[in-house]
Ligand binder design. Structure first.
Ligand code: SF4
Length: 331
């Protein structure tokens, strides 16, 4: 597999006041393979959006290494830097706030085309704009309208067209469906899957909705308080989750059938305790205050992310047989 992004020991800290440090991303390592979708999930404030933005260089990193095709984007200059900026694009969570209401759709999509000199003349520029509008399920009649004239789903399609119009290889999709009606969410996910197949794109799909992540992701990374706690293929994560936090997240996914939901309700794993502050997170495992399996070692030692077989990575002491624990028996 060709590695597109390689992220090692990435840290992104924010200074809060004079003496406090918010550890939004705290020593996170993973790779993103060309052509795949890596889902990144976790509760609000777990650092997933910051992680995505720091990976592509929208935020400078505090520490660690990020390589795109083997090169550090922060060290690129001239044409290479310009090419990198074109190759990596972002679709934002809020289609209402991320599109300038004073610009027409053509101006929004045309901006990137102009910056990267992708059209020789006005005719070619317009054809390119129409092409990308049609690609996302809109049409050329939409080009001269303003964003307030569109529904939420259509606005997100415009946001996707804007990102695609510069011919990127990689998209960070930052909760692209969470601001949309449930009925529209599946349409946008299906559109993204279709575009990926047609254009050979690679995605980092940031979300808190595990059920939707399942449909789009090849692999899923679970983040808790800025640390990566589990990473594996989508099938493996849903069939055989190992980390207590992942299990709790999965058990919280509602099932549309009320009968099944009622039966399941009794077995649900409910997270207890407060989410610790990312400013003063405890020593040892950051999940210890909410974990029914916590052992003395969990309060002393931060569990390392280890491959438990077949590329299934987990950061939890219960998955380490040397601690004498039987995986899965405690939750
Ligand atoms: Fe729970 Fe300990 Fe595993 Fe953390 S390391 S999730 S506290 S068992």
């Amino acid at each position: 597999k060709e590695v597109l992004f390689s992220v090692s020991h990435l840290k992104k800290y924010f200074q809060v006041g004079k003496n406090a440090t918010l550890k939004a991303v705290d020593d996170v390592s993973f790779e993103i393979y060309k052509g795949e979708t890596l889902g990144m999930v976790g509760e609000s404030g777990c650092g997933k959006t910051t992680c995505g933005r720091t990976c592509i260089g929208l935020y400078s990193r505090t520490d660690g290494e990020v390589l795109f095709k083997g090169k550090d984007p922060q060290k690129l200059t001239g044409k290479e830097k310009q090419n990198y900026k074109k190759s990596v694009q972002m679709v934002f969570q809020d289609p209402y706030g991320s599109l300038d209401p004073r610009m027409t759709v053509a101006e929004i999509i045309g901006e990137g085309i102009d910056i990267h000199h992708l059209a020789k003349n006005k005719k070619e520029r317009n054809e390119r704009i129409y092409h990308y509008l049609e690609l996302v399920g809109l049409n050329r009649e939409h080009a001269n309208r303003f964003v307030h004239e569109f529904s939420g789903g259509q606005r997100q399609r415009i946001g996707i067209a804007r990102a695609l119009a510069v011919e990127p290889e990689f998209l960070v999709l930052d909760e692209p469906i969470s601001a949309l009606d449930v009925s529209i969410q599946a349409q946008i996910v299906n559109l993204l899957i279709d575009l990926q197949k047609r254009m050979g794109l690679t995605y980092l799909f940031v979300a808190h909705d595990l059920s939707m992540v399942k449909h789009i992701s090849d692999r899923v990374a679970v983040l808790y308080l800025g640390t990566l706690v589990e990473l594996t293929t989508s099938e493996e994560l849903y069939a055989n989750p190992q980390h207590p936090y992942t299990r709790a997240l999965l058990s919280a996914i509602p099932i549309p059938d009320p009968k099944i939901e009622q039966e399941r309700d009794a077995k649900k794993i409910r997270l207890e305790g407060e989410v610790p502050s990312p400013i003063n997170s405890p020593a040892g495992c950051k999940f210890q205050g909410r974990c029914k399996c916590a052992m003395p070692i969990c309060r002393q030692e931060m569990p390392k992310l280890r491959d438990i077989g077949g590329g299934h990575f987990v950061a939890c002491h219960i998955c380490d047989p040397s601690n004498g624990c039987e995986t899965g028996k405690c939750v």
